[in-house]
Design a protein around this ligand. Structure first.
Ligand code: 5AD
Ligand code: SF4
Length: 513
């Protein structure tokens, strides 16, 4: 069945339900709305609407009674948080969570489009589900997240993955009840992906993973359009949530006993700029949140271009804002930074780092780096290594450049062989390991404050948690310590973690170490 036929079948099935309706357009709009990267690039001039009255229609409430769901999540924290929202919606519909994929009545694959290998993993996952769908045809399989915002992906799924029942985009999450209902009724694949973002929707239900740490979106989308990046296409234009909505959410989390929040956005430094007449930025938001009685506040991710002195000042004040800044540099060479569209230079980046270090002497700096950008020379790569030495980052996430359809970089010819890119990544990773080890070694013999999260993944007789600078610490302690900030004396520093002796509940809940 081709796309046209599939679309028509969908519409017919729905129209059949309501014979009196001659106007199929309302079905068409919901049943088949494929994405377009070109459309997604256009930034809407229309004002963003803030929908505070969102409610799940009563008629859907019993839909999931006696049924179960499972969501597989790929990618960043934003996606992980979207999964919490989808879990919230599904629970409100009456579905129960399950860990057993064979038992799930609804399976959602929340996808990541940032690099090709992330996409390949998803395709093999969807492929693996073909078997399950054959055995249990009543299972509803949905694909959502960033990949579903890409035309090429949707076309590939329509063509080769008939086991998928529904595809919906990052802007359509709140319509999950309607999309699900259509998937139950329609024999064809239901596709609903709005290329352009719509409203900011408040009070969506959420089922958070755990009750110790929480993610809080402060803004959606990205307008930076770095030339390699698909995110501005898949996540839409920058839309900040209103300060009061964020503050209320953090207050509520504090009341519920959460110990840590991470403020999320693709570029949190742009916070507030899209709201007309609002003279209020991330610095102001951090300051307001620092007054809330919650021990730890993180934020991610910061673009170096609009990191202000005001933000540095607020972080330097300490309190519950942790002294950890994740500041993706991507490259240490000016020519590469320019074609990446990063809007800063090596010198201005280093200047920012120096300003941060001088105001926040105990700061932990981490970064993201891409190697093997199209036509990156050995000398240009060398400058990334020297920049790493100059900053001495405590950790870095490193990637080989991956071509993303529809981005400006995808049109560039590339003369760097893959083998060379792999070798550069290896060289860089050696440096990352060296500086991580150095940063860890400083803790030996010191007492650190650890937010105890639960049993260690490797050994369930040991508890594990993170310091305010995000260092993983393993230690033996009574289970009652889970969810508390405790003092641990570090006995041994490893490359990416610390082992220590539990001393007791920390006297200072808020720590700047
Ligand atoms: N190829 C490789 N890495 C990428 N990133 C974003 N897009 C790409 C791409 N096309 C990396 C950047 C970013 C991090 C989240 O992912 O380093 O900071
Ligand atoms: Fe992508 Fe650049 Fe936006 Fe980060 S700032 S999400 S790298 S476009």
């Amino acid at each position: 069945m081709n796309e046209e036929q599939r679309k028509q079948t969908s519409i017919d099935v729905l129209a059949e339900r309501d014979k009196k309706t001659k106007d199929y357009s309302k079905y068409f709009e919901h049943v088949y709305q494929p994405p377009s990267l070109k459309e997604a690039r256009k930034r809407g001039k229309e004002k963003v609407h803030y929908n505070r009255d969102f409610q799940i229609d009563e008629k859907y409430r019993g839909m999931g009674k006696g049924k179960t769901f499972l969501i597989k999540t790929y990618g960043c924290q934003m996606n992980a948080h979207d999964t919490e929202v989808m879990a919230g919606i599904l629970s409100a519909l009456g579905y129960q969570p399950t860990e057993e994929i064979d038992e799930a009545d609804v399976i959602l694959i929340n996808t990541c489009a940032i690099r090709e290998n992330a996409e390949n993993k998803v395709f093999s996952e969807i492929g693996n589900l073909k078997h399950l769908k054959k055995e249990k045809p009543e299972t509803v399989i949905g694909v959502c997240g960033c990949m579903s915002q890409e035309e090429s992906v949707v076309n590939k799924i329509l063509k080769s993955y008939q086991n998928v029942d529904m595809i919906f985009g990052t802007h359509n999450i709140h319509r999950l009840p309607e999309i699900l209902e259509e998937a139950y009724l329609s024999k064809a694949m239901v596709v609903e992906v709005w290329s352009k973002e719509g409203d900011v929707i408040e009070n969506l239900p959420k089922v958070r993973k755990g009750n110790i740490k929480a993610w809080v979106n402060i803004m959606y989308g990205c307008d930076k359009f770095c030339t390699y990046c698909i995110v501005p296409f898949t996540r839409g234009k920058e839309r900040s949530r209103r300060p009061q909505d964020i503050i209320d959410e953090v207050r509520d989390l504090a009341r519920q006993g959460y110990q840590e929040v991470t403020l999320l956005g693709q570029n949190v430094n742009s916070y507030g700029k899209d709201i007309d007449g609002l003279e209020y930025g991330l610095g102001d938001l951090l300051e307001d949140i620092s007054k809330i009685d919650i021990p730890r506040v993180r934020f991610t991710t910061s673009h170096p271009w609009d990191f202000t002195d005001r933000m540095i000042e607020v972080i330097a004040n300490g309190g519950n804002i942790v002294p950890h800044v994740h500041l993706p540099v991507q490259s240490g060479n000016n020519a590469v930074l320019k074609i990446m569209g990063r809007k800063y230079t090596r010198e201005s980046y280093l200047d920012l780092v120096n300003r941060i270090k001088s105001k926040i002497p105990d700061v932990a700096l981490t970064t993201d780096i891409i190697v093997g950008y199209p036509n990156e020379t050995a000398e240009q790569f060398e400058e990334t290594l020297t920049l790493y030495d100059e900053v001495a980052f405590e950790h870095a996430y490193t990637y080989i450049y991956s071509q993303r359809d529809g981005t400006p970089a995808a049109k560039m010819k590339d003369n760097v062989p893959l083998e060379e890119k792999k070798s550069r990544l290896q060289q860089l990773n050696k440096k990352v390991a060296y500086y991580s080890e150095q940063a860890m070694a400083q803790y030996e013999g010191q007492t650190v404050q650890v937010l105890c999260e639960g049993a260690s993944k490797k050994d369930d007789t040991v508890l594990a948690g993170y310091t305010n600078k995000n260092k993983l610490v393993n230690f033996k302690a009574p289970k009652e310590m889970i969810g508390k900030i405790v003092d641990v004396k570090v006995d041994e520093a490893k490359q990416f973690s610390l082992n220590g002796t539990f001393l007791g509940v920390s006297e200072k809940a808020v720590v700047t170490q």
